[in-house]
Write a protein that binds this ligand. Sequence first.
Ligand code: ZN
Length: 154
Amino acid sequence: MIKKISYCLIFGLFFSITTSGMEYNSNRIKYHSHLHSESSYQHAWCSAHNGIEEYENKDKTRIDCLTCTHAVEFDFANKWAESIGQAEHYAFMTGKKGMVVLILENPKKEMIYFKRVKTLGQIYNFDTEYVTLDILNITNGKCQYKDCKCNKYK
Ligand SMILES: [Zn+2]
């Protein structure tokens, strides 16, 4: 019995270290590699899908993009887990289908996060898509959105 408990403690400790290590890594991705603002991807995708940006729900939460069929949440890959909760909440608030659009600035490294979200979407009935830098039509390192951080810092 005691042996079993201590095994659990050790395993639990090991697991918490591994988990916090993962969080640390995802934060590093966040601070080091986001060249453009999340809103720029949102602008590009939402206008292409004739959606309404920043649609306000009755509970004052805001949907990144509301289309005629979907309530859509945008997030960078490292926020894949939060994106699901938000998309599901927006679906509940609007009666539309939830959708997560995950932003992959480094698709080779980050596709694993999209696959996670996609798998959960098939089980829990929300749609998933990903976008990459391509959607921003970048020329000379800058996108067309004035509120993007690529246009604020030189
Ligand atoms: Zn930009």
